[in-house]
Design a protein around this ligand. Structure first.
Ligand code: PMP
Length: 427
């Protein structure tokens, strides 16, 4: 049994020594002390079904034995030396990652987070195109550093600092967007920005292929194809942010962008790539990558031996355990059950997503789509009481984000949906 500090003590210390901008889930925050595959354990030993995976990060499962072994072996041999020396782990990992990419996306840069990945992608877009303006979607999250905060279009995260030339276009959100699922009309807004809001030239366009923090919003079908053509004509490069959607989570495809039938110029990734290790990557073409060769680009921890060994183990586990196929099967079962639940409870306005990247949007009035903000909060606490941890998101905080470790089973999905059903019937 756990013998460490309890929640109250941890919270007090956290308040005293950590920044005031930290936030936590639940009125009485959980003190999580152990994790095993799709389960988390609190200080009292109580088990929770984890349907949020440390914010869509623990792709293979908490403390997955194969990944632990790979990290431990590398830890014992060499933890760190940087890329000023050779080491096989970073090269092996880059080779394995590149083999997962389509087209000419063959050059890998390793960084430590999603924010850093998007910073680097934006830098390359600007250098390669010779332009500055970036186009991003409303309701997007791309990071919290000075530059990426500009790309992010969720008010909660936007500190008032200069954010460069960023154009936020209409979000092609099939549920709430003004044009429903009509990709063409949303794409016209992009052309409109290029024609009237820029010099006619842009550095690039960035989008998540299913918006994560924004509440599992899948872009209107066909949207990216139309927009990529427009951006290329305006001299820009197209970046796919796969920080949440990559590595088979969507079930139907290994990468989220494949669901829109396009090949980006730059792909950024983090979170699930390391199953919990601080790891991010940018993959692009040799031509685009070459713009960085005019100077030295260096990252102390990027691709460090321990993270690379762990990341390579993640790719192998995902293949060995056929997690993409599994996500498709468990995800479609869960979505079907959630669709049935929607017929029973009026509060469910929308069920959406793919594979194990699912959103449930709650409304008090289906016609007006009034966000059920307070009710979402009540249900969220109730789910925790029942032993189920989900995420919360969307502009109004009225969307449940269900993005579990990919070892999540059909039984787990049933338990989650039954718990939601029970909680809703008690509202
Ligand atoms: N892009 C997306 C789509 C994300 O969801 C996040 C994190 N929520 C980021 C980028 C930034 O990643 P990190 O927190 O690792 O910097």
């Amino acid at each position: 049994p756990y013998k460490g500090p309890l929640a109250d003590e941890v919270l007090e210390k956290r308040k005293k020594y950590l920044g005031p901008s930290l936030f936590y889930y639940y009125q009485k925050p959980l003190n999580i002390v152990e994790g095993k595959m799709q389960y988390l354990y609190d200080e009292s030993g109580r088990r929770y079904l984890d349907a949020f995976a440390g914010i869509v990060t623990v792709s293979c499962g908490h403390c997955h034995p194969d990944i632990l072994d790979a990290i431990t072996e590398q830890n014992k041999l060499l933890q760190h030396a940087t890329t000023i020396y050779l080491h096989h782990a970073i090269a092996d990992f880059a080779e394995a990652l590149a083999s997962k990419m389509p087209g000419n996306l063959k050059v890998v840069f390793f960084v430590n987070s999603g924010t850093e990945a998007n910073e680097l992608a934006m830098l390359m877009a600007r250098l390669y195109s010779g332009n500055l303006g970036m186009i991003a979607l409303r309701n997007a999250y791309h990071g919290g550093s000075s530059n990426t905060i500009g790309l992010t279009a969720l008010n909660t995260w936007k500190y008032p600092i200069p954010q460069g030339e960023i154009h936020h276009v209409l979000n092609p959100n099939p549920y709430r967007g003004v044009f429903g699922s009509d990709a063409r009309h949303y794409a016209e807004d992009v052309q409109d920005h290029i024609d009237h809001g820029t010099s006619g030239k842009v550095a690039g366009f960035i989008a998540e292929t299913i918006q994560g923090v924004g509440g599992a919003v899948e872009l209107a079908p066909g949207y990216l194809k139309l927009v990529y053509d427009m951006v290329h004509k305006a001299g820009g490069v197209c970046i796919a942010d796969e920080v949440q959607t990559g590595f088979g989570r969507t079930g139907s495809h290994y990468w989220g962008f494949e669901t829109q039938g396009i090949v980006p110029d730059i792909v950024t990734m983090a979170k699930g790539i390391g199953n919990g290790l601080p790891l991010g990557a940018v993959v692009t073409t040799p031509e685009i990558a070459s713009v960085l060769a005019q100077k030295i680009q260096f990252n102390t921890f990027g691709g460090n031996p321990v993270c690379s060994a762990g990341g390579l183990a993640v790719l192998r586990v995902l293949d060995k355990e056929q997690r993409q196929k599994h996500s498709a099967e468990v995800g479609s079962h869960m979505i079907q059950r959630l669709n049935d639940l929607q017929k029973k409870h009026d509060i469910i306005g929308d069920v959406r997503g793919r594979g194990l990247m699912v959103g449930v949007e709650l409304v008090t009035d289906r016609k007006e789509k009034t966000p059920a903000k307070a009710e979402t909060g009540v249900l969220f606490e109730k789910l925790r009481e029942l032993g189920v941890l989900v995420g919360k998101g969307g502009l109004q905080g009225n969307v449940f984000r269900i993005k579990p470790p990919m070892c999540f089973t059909k039984d787990d999905a049933d338990f989650l949906v039954d718990a939601l059903d029970y909680a809703m019937s008690k509202l």
